[in-house]
Design a protein. Sequence first.
Length: 245
Amino acid sequence: MAEYLASIFGTEKDKVNCSFYFKIGACRHGDRCSRIHNKPTFSQTCLLQNLYVNPQNSAKSADGSHLVANVSDEEMQEHYDNFFEDVFVECEDKYGEIEEMNVCDNLGDHLVGNVYIKFRREEDAERAAKDLNNRWFGGRPVYSELSPVTDFREACCRQYEMGECTRSGFCNFMHLKPISRELRRYLYSRRRGRSRSRSRSPRRGGGGGGGGGIGGGRDRSRDRRRSRSRDRKNDRNDNGRKGRY
């Protein structure tokens, strides 16, 4: 009997525990759910609830049409990349190495703007979850908690990844918003540089500093964007040379 219960735990056959909370760390029924939401006491993943505010989603009229005019896809991607970079860099610098960070592009209240940060070490995620509850972002308080999600392949909508999801943003599985290739390259090259410097000098412990805002380092952010701007120019030059016969 115990083996059977263990085999169905967190699946749709489990009539006691909520399978959606187990898979995606959120449930559309919230506290009204008839099944148990087993909140983890330790995990590698920290959830920042509804943190990312997509201007395209927040500026809609009652009929669902966009109020944002003359905003290009490139500008929207830049807005998102800046948000992702600020959160990723500050959390990795302050709490510890991040294995992956994902942001939901869903529209349902329980998923919209959710940021999942999976740290390499559980103790780093625990420290981040506690400290970030004392922080602010964009004039709003941050709500953070440990999440049961550690395998995002199980949490993501496969139909969305293939461009075939019929539920659009109201799907109950994660629709993850991608970052640009140049930002991905920058973050991972930065990580390699950190690893080299860490091997040469002792690691500094993460500080406390509760009550502050996320992403407040303007000079650091400006330097990073200059670096990414140089990468863009190099990419354009390389593409131009490769494109000529």
